[in-house]
Structures are given as C-alpha cells and as structure tokens.
Design a protein around this ligand. Structure first.
Ligand code: GLU
Length: 465
C-alpha cells in the first residue's frame, strides 16, 4: 500500500488564519495518523498578491502550532520550468491545444451567448477533433494553451466529507492552462504539484469544490493517480456569519499575542468540524491517534470564543509552574516590568492561574506585585472605612512577628477582626486594595504571604493607610 501523503498549500497573500490552520491541522494529523508524509507547498503564483512577509507569517503560524512538515516548503514560482515542460508534453500528446481566440473575440462570443440566454463558454473553435480541419493560426497572435476537457460523461469523486459529487463534463469549459505569455494557471499548477508530490489525500477548504472536477480531468489526462479528496466546510464566526476579519483575532499569531497556548488552539481547532464521541479535551497525540476523515462534519462549524477561552484556561492550569512563570515573565518583560523587586513569579502565577483564562490576563493579574501600586481614590473611598484604620494599623504592627505562612496570617486577620469588632470584609477589602490596587484577589492571606513581610509592611505604611 502506498503511504499517505498530504499537503497544505496556502497562498501567501495574508496571515495564516484560523480556517487555514484548521485545514493544515487536519492534513497534518491525517499524515501523522497513518505514518505518512505532510508536505508544505506555497502557492505563490499570484505574484501581485503574494508577499515574503505572508510566507513568513504562514511559517511562523505553523511553527507556533507545532505543525511540522516533512517535505518542503515547495514554492510554485520555483517550479515554472516543470509546469512548462508538462504543458509541452500535453501539447505533444494532444491533451492540450493552442487557442488563438483573442480576448476581444471571447468578449464578443460571450455577448452573443448572453443575448441568447446561454451559459457563456468557449466555443471550441481551436479544439482539435478527429476529422476536423483547424484554421491556420493567425499571424502575430500569441496563443493560450487550453486543456482538452472530455466532452461527454461525468467527472466525480467520493468526497470524504461531502459524499459523492459529480459534474457533467459538458458543463466544464476547456480550461486555459497557460496564458499567452506562457505562464501556467492556478488549477494546472495544483495538478502538476499533486502529481509530482505523489499526494494521496487532498484535504482543503470547500471553496475548491468547483476546481476539483477540472483538476481530476487534468490528472487523468496526465496519467496521474487521482488522490482522495476531503473538502472541509467553512467556519462561521460566533455570530453565525462567515468567519472574517470582522471577527477580530483571525490570524493565528494574534492568538499568541492574545495569550492563548498552542495546545489549546490545537485542541480547539480539532473540534471545529470533527468529533470523537463527546470528547472535548484531548492532547495532540490523542488527536493524532483518533483522527479520521469519517467524523468530519459536512455542515459548517461555528467558532465559539467562550469555548476556546475555557480550553485555554484548562491548558494554562496544566502548565508546570516554572514553565508558566517563564511564559508570563516573558510577557511582563516585554512590557518593561522589572521582576527583581517583587515576589517569586512562580508562586505568583500559581496563585492566580485558576482565575485566568489567558496568559495576558494572568500577566495583568500578577503585574501588580512588580510595579508601584497606587490604589484608585474611588476604590479606597469605597473600601477603606475609618473604623478599619485602627485594625489595619494593629495588623501592620503584628505582622512583624507572625510566622510567615498563610494559615498564621489568616489567623491573625481573624484575630484583628474580632479584636476591633469588625466584619471580615471591613479588613480584608482595604487590605486587598492597598496591597494590589484591586478589590478582587485570591484569598487575601495568600496574597500577603506571596508579597512577603517587608513589602506588605511598606505598602501598609503608605500615607493612604
Ligand atoms: N492555495 C489554495 C488556497 O490557499 C489551496 C489550494 C489547494 O489546497 O488545493 O486556498
């Protein structure tokens, strides 16, 4: 049995977006699942829209997601000689032919056909047929090359997602495979590439369904093995409309900037149109072991930011503390925060990770321990009552001798509350605000323990207290 070979073939005209990443993930996983090869091909023949920055953005996105390719990246612009050689072979074999119909003649033809309410199509004027005598080529007209598409019958395939799809050959024009200047056209290059790269499974977006019959006919004319096709349905945004830039974080690297973990994004994308029973949370390895084409849904998948956040929170909690501290430390460092004057970052992130669903939320939360905090006057006014001041002062003094552990600090807070006849929030809330500038924190004894004796005493000694 031939080994599975899949490919991801992005056009470098923008970022690696969520839809492209999902396609790449499925093609990658299918190859991995079957011990096959995953090939990266950059379809850069649209010279006007392709940029080196977009190529880099795609490579960065793949790298961030951990979708390593086994072969490539191959660039179509570097394969022009090969395409031209195949076109020459097809002309020699009679599966393609020169067509001298000019753009003006085509426009006139189209106008006539439209006037007759017919579907506009090439009339086959230059198409060779048995017994047909072709006109002499006009002087000075550089010809295009057209593929000699079969006239009759149907071309179809068993789409692994959508089921049987068939097109009548009579509906398909003789596709231009080389322009008058000799450059090969998009659908043709894809065929030569899939053939040369011995692709066994084409997994791609369903915006290509209409290209597939043309590609199958060309592949057959080349004597190439026709791959298995799986066309993935589109992804809708949270609001049910087609996912687009309007939905914000469309570029994969934007998710990195926004504090998502690749593991969470991978897990999320895996469930975007594919399922394994009711399983929602699974590792990359588990996904590879389970992935198949049978359980890809034919209907559109809907993006759900809440679910992605939920998964991200789950994965954040799985990250070992030293690694999590390094990730958060890098973000704080990029903000210019000096970590040397604050508590152990590992302990800080451990205290806040349960309350954070992104690395950025976590970094925001712990940043207060490393920068000067000046509580907003409104917060102070709201939480620091006159009756709390003596308790706070008493507490600050008692801190000098309390054993520095959460339980002892908690006991001391309780003692102060009782001694000064207060309810717990009357003391806990101003402590939170004075120490972190925030009214919401994890358990205040844990925050105090984290900050350390000296820093707490300094903060409580500030004039506002
Ligand atoms: N370059 C095409 C795209 O970015 C993909 C072509 C294919 O997968 O066959 O949509």
């Amino acid at each position: 049995m031939t080994s599975v070979r899949t490919r991801f073939a992005p056009s470098p005209t923008g970022f690696l977006h969520i839809g492209g990443a999902r396609t790449a993930l499925f093609a990658w996983a299918y190859a991995r699942r079957h011990g096959g090869q995953f090939i990266l091909r950059i379809e850069d023949t649209d010279v006007a829209r392709s940029t080196p920055e977009a190529v880099q953005a795609i490579l960065d996105g793949m790298n961030w997601l951990g979708l390593a390719h086994d072969e490539g990246p191959f660039y179509q612009m570097q394969r022009m000689d090969r395409y031209k050689a195949v076109i020459a072979d097809m002309l020699a074999a009679g599966t393609a032919y020169h067509c001298y119909t000019t753009r003006e003649e085509l426009d006139a033809l189209r106008a006539e056909q439209e006037a007759r309410k017919e579907k506009p199509r090439y009339d086959g004027h230059w198409r060779p047929e048995p017994g047909k005598v072709l006109p002499a080529p006009p002087a000075g007209v550089p010809p295009v090359v057209r593929f000699r598409n079969p006239k009759d019958g149907v071309v179809g395939w068993d789409d692994q997602v959508k089921g049987r799809i068939e097109f009548a050959n009579a509906e398909l024009d003789d596709l231009i495979i080389a322009r008058a200047d000799g450059t090969p056209t998009y659908n043709f290059c894809v065929c030569v590439d899939d053939w040369d790269m011995r692709i066994t499974h084409v997994i791609r977006g369903d915006d290509h369904v209409n290209n597939t019959p043309r590609q199958i006919n060309i592949l057959k004319a080349l004597g190439a093995e026709v791959p298995t096709y799986a066309h993935l349905s589109m992804i809708l945004g949270d609001d049910g409309t087609k996912l687009s830039k309007r939905h914000g974080a469309v570029s994969v690297m934007q998710y990195d900037d926004d504090g998502y973990l690749p593991a969470a994004v991978i897990n999320y994308l895996a469930r975007l149109g594919w399922s394994h029973g009711d399983d929602e949370v699974f590792s990359r390895e588990q996904f590879v072991a389970w992935f198949d084409l049978d359980h890809i849904t034919a209907s559109a998948a809907q993006f759900n930011t809440e679910k992605l956040l939920w998964l991200n929170q789950y994965y954040l909690k799985q990250v070992p503390a030293p690694e999590l501290a390094a990730l958060v430390g890098a973000r704080l460092g990029a903000r210019g925060v000096d970590l040397s004057g604050g508590p152990d970052l590992e302990k800080a992130v451990a205290l806040y990770v349960d309350r954070s669903n992104t690395l950025n939320v976590l970094a925001d939360a712990v940043e207060v321990f490393y920068v000067p905090v000046s509580p907003a006057p409104e917060l102070l006014a709201q939480h620091l009552s006159d009756e709390a001041r003596p308790a706070l002062a008493d507490f600050a003094t008692s801190l000098a001798t309390v054993p520095w552990e959460t339980a002892a600090i908690a006991a001391l807070i309780k003692e102060m509350v009782a001694r000064h006849g207060l309810k717990m929030p009357k003391l806990a809330m101003p402590l939170r605000v004075l120490l972190t500038g925030q009214a919401q924190t994890p358990s205040v004894d844990a925050v105090i323990e984290l900050l350390g004796r000296e820093r707490v005493r300094e903060k409580l000694a500030a004039p506002t207290a």
